[in-house]
Write a protein that binds this ligand. Structure first.
Ligand SMILES: [Zn+2]
Length: 85
């Protein structure tokens, strides 16, 4: 059975909104330029080793923001957004 990803908390959603408003920007898709975008979970991304395999020791947490129109994904670094991760 696949694991379910943990949904973002209300606090994390507020941190995202506060960060974007603090930067004076509205999330906008770089492909279709629409501003209807969604997010629902953080993602753990592994680094690739010199051998070309996923590192079991080095990973980072990213925030995907997904365009509701064209499904393009924009990635943000939550640790630099002041988010609880
Ligand atoms: Zn788009």
């Amino acid at each position: 059975m696949a694991e379910e990803s943990a949904a973002l908390s209300d606090r994390q959603m507020q941190q995202i909104e506060d960060w974007f408003s603090g930067k004076g920007v509205e999330p906008r898709c770089s492909q279709c330029q629409r501003t209807q975008m969604s997010t629902f979970s953080l993602a753990a991304v592994s680094f690739i080793t010199e051998e070309g395999t996923a590192s079991t020791q080095r990973a980072t947490t990213l925030l995907p923001i997904i365009c509701d129109n064209c499904a393009h994904v924009e990635w943000f670094l939550p640790s630099q957004m002041g988010m609880d991760v």
